[in-house]
Ligand binder design. Structure first.
Ligand code: MN
Ligand code: MN
Length: 312
């Protein structure tokens, strides 16, 4: 590794709007405040919600980083090995900027590791622009605001803090958008079914977790239209059973989250998955094939902690 090597800023696999937009905005900030060259990369396909955001603000998507071996990287929006780009084990991790539970990323030397319990990495990136007295352009504001709306389900998720909302509203003003109107269009673009295979819908936002000897995966799609969610569930059910087997996972869950109703219908695959949900939530199965989790919208703050507790 040479000293003038470019530093890649990259979010998690199956990137969401936060992982793409925070990477772009943080690379730009680092370019302004350091003498080193930084470039945003992506660890997977840009989903349609994120593409809507990039098109709206006229920003090009980052280039795909297939393998990070021997590269210098800054990880944003994750700190778990199961979620990071291939090859990170043999990469030099320069920094981590995140808002999730502390995972298993480790380094040989001390690094800048910033993790705040806020609703979105973009909230932290905005704070860093402020701390460094850097101007937030319309495009940067638009991307950061979109990431906050996306991660917090327009401030409805329990992960959302007053700081996220306050910053998002400030950013919306700079970006020249009406948050409600913009959010409806953005979420609609993201849950658009046209021309999408069950596989594409499934991997749009899918994360793997490991607790003891149990390996499971949790995907999620959020929508403001209830009918659409039932339609997606019907299409995904056969697929998740196949995915569970192919990936060698014990259980797979898929959250169909209704943003307006603030609830999730959970479909599942794996021999013990149903029993497991009943243990975690104490709710009965609806019509034999899904669980209705009232008030649950956040994978990170509601579903995963309940699952962790049930596994212990
Ligand atoms: Mn994310
Ligand atoms: Mn995030």
């Amino acid at each position: 590794m040479s000293d003038n090597q470019k530093i890649y800023v990259v979010g998690h696999k199956n990137p969401d709007t936060d992982s793409i937009c925070s990477a772009i905005c943080y690379a730009e900030l680092k370019n302004k405040i350091t003498g080193e060259a930084h470039e945003a990369k992506r660890a997977g396909n840009v989903n349609e919600e994120t593409q809507y955001v990039l098109d709206y603000f006229g920003v090009k998507a980052p280039v795909f980083l297939e393998n990070a071996e021997n590269e210098k990287v800054i990880l944003v929006d994750h700190n778990e090995m199961t979620q990071t780009v291939d090859g990170v084990k043999n990469a030099e991790i320069m920094e981590v900027i995140d808002h999730h539970k502390i995972g298993d990323i480790s380094t040989d030397v001390p690094i800048y590791f910033r993790n705040q319990p806020v609703g979105c990495t973009a909230t932290i990136i905005y704070q860093m622009y402020q701390e460094n007295n850097q101007e937030v352009t319309k495009e940067i504001a638009g991307m950061l605001c979109s990431a906050i709306i996306s991660d917090t389900l327009m401030f409805r998720s329990p992960t959302c803090t007053p700081v996220d909302k306050e910053i998002a509203l400030k950013l919306a003003e700079i970006a020249g958008i009406n948050v409600e109107e913009y959010a409806v269009a953005m979420f609609k673009a993201g849950s658009n079914l046209a021309d999408k295979t069950p596989e594409e819908i499934f991997y749009q936002d899918f994360k793997k977790f490991n607790v003891g000897d149990v390996n499971f995966g949790v995907g999620q799609i959020s929508s403001m239209a209830t009918d659409e969610l039932f339609e997606i569930a019907d299409r995904l059910k056969p697929y998740i059973a196949k995915a569970c087997e192919e990936q060698g996972l014990d259980m797979i869950f898929f959250m169909l989250t209704d943003i307006l109703e603030e609830s999730t219908n959970l479909i599942y695959a794996g021999a013990k998955a149903g029993e497991f949900v009943e243990k975690a939530y104490g709710v009965p199965c609806e019509e034999g094939d899904y669980y209705k989790l009232a008030g649950v919208v956040s994978r990170k703050k509601q579903l995963i902690p309940a699952f962790m507790a049930a596994l212990q």
